[in-house]
Design a protein around this ligand. Structure first.
Ligand code: ATP
Length: 309
């Protein structure tokens, strides 16, 4: 196994009765990278994360985690931390007591475990001595992440870590994950939020009905699907529409907002359009993809109906 590969899954299949949750899945996760797992509901993301955490075993294929072949035993491989479907916490204990209990269970000294730092990292210092019973979903997610941090994982596995997070919570979580990756930890996370995946991940795997439909660098995905819809706001939308209609390679899309021009095109024709607008004395005030390259690829590769856009 490549020394820097935290995960290498080859031909992994997993059945639940007649349902095939994972269908000959290959996955490579490099140390020090944040790898996003996306796909529609029921695509197999949680099942795959569960395999990495040792919560379930594959029916076929081979899985190597942190250099060790995962066997048939249900146990978290050494150096792996994380959670699926929400962290396991004790509601009657405070946040600090929860972390201390987890540390004690591992036979370590809670005083030396860095509990205060972990709570600070996820932004829970102010509620450290509050009972978890009263915590929101976002606070529980952050406490789950703090618990995982205490084990100093080399592979961190998170199912929908951004679920329920407010903007401040998201900033803390993004900061922690980025720092961990910079220190060499591999992070695998699932998300339905394409903006989060784009902000955090360098690699992405798209699953659809248990099969990998794309796996690789995010940048590659943008290149393959560069024919996008762009929103354009200018100083003179009517004239801009006329210029766009005369520009080769530009397809105008009808939209109800008269102030907005939407064009479907490739990047070179878009560049040409901007130059023509400027020559015509029309100022460009906003130019951005209507949906992100990842979202466009996700919808195309997973066969999502138009109505979901
Ligand atoms: P979501 O985005 O909705 O969380 P997911 O991508 O995480 O979905 P999984 O939860 O991995 O998808 O489920 C994949 C498939 O396996 C689904 O068809 C699901 O119904 C099925 N499945 C998952 N776990 C079980 C189980 N314990 N028993 C039976 N079927 C299961």
């Amino acid at each position: 196994m490549d020394a820097n590969l935290a995960v290498r899954a080859t031909g992994i299949s997993k059945y639940f009765g007649d349902v095939i949750a994972l269908d000959r899945v290959d996955l490579a996760v490099v140390g020090g990278r944040i790898h996003g797992l996306v796909g529609p509901n029921g695509a197999g993301k949680t099942t795959l994360l569960g395999l990495l955490l040792g919560l379930t075993v594959a029916d076929t294929g081979t899985l190597e985690v942190l250099g060790t072949r995962v066997g048939r035993a249900l146990a978290a491989p050494e150096g792996v931390a994380g959670f699926v479907e929400g962290p396991g916490l004790y509601p009657a204990l405070t946040a600090r007591q929860n972390l201390a209990a987890l540390v004690s269970l591992r036979g370590e000294n809670p005083r030396k475990a860095g509990i205060g730092e972990a709570l600070h990292d996820v932004g829970l210092t102010d509620v450290a001595d509050d009972r978890v019973r009263g915590f929101s979903l976002g606070m529980r997610q952050r406490l789950g992440l703090a618990a995982a941090l205490l084990t100093k994982p080399r592979l961190l596995v998170l199912d929908e870590p951004a679920n329920g997070l407010d903007p401040a919570g998201k900033k803390h979580v993004h900061g922690v994950l980025t720092r961990l990756a910079a220190e060499g930890t591999a992070v695998v996370l699932s998300s339905h939020r394409m903006d989060d995946v784009e902000a955090l991940c360098t690699e992405v795997t798209i699953l659809a009905t248990g099969q990998v439909v794309f796996s690789g660098p995010l940048a590659e995905l943008s290149d393959e699907n560069s024919d996008l819809d762009y929103r354009l706001r200018t100083s003179d939308p009517e004239s801009a529409r006329e210029v766009a209609a005369r520009t080769p390679g530009i397809h105008l899309i009808d939209v109800p907002d008269p102030e907005l021009v939407v064009v479907r095109t490739l990047v070179p024709a878009l560049d040409d359009l901007v130059v023509r607008l400027v020559h015509a004395g029309i100022a460009v005030r906003e130019l951005a993809p209507l949906v992100s390259p990842l979202e466009a690829a996700f919808l195309a590769l997973t066969d999502q109906p138009e109505a979901t856009r």
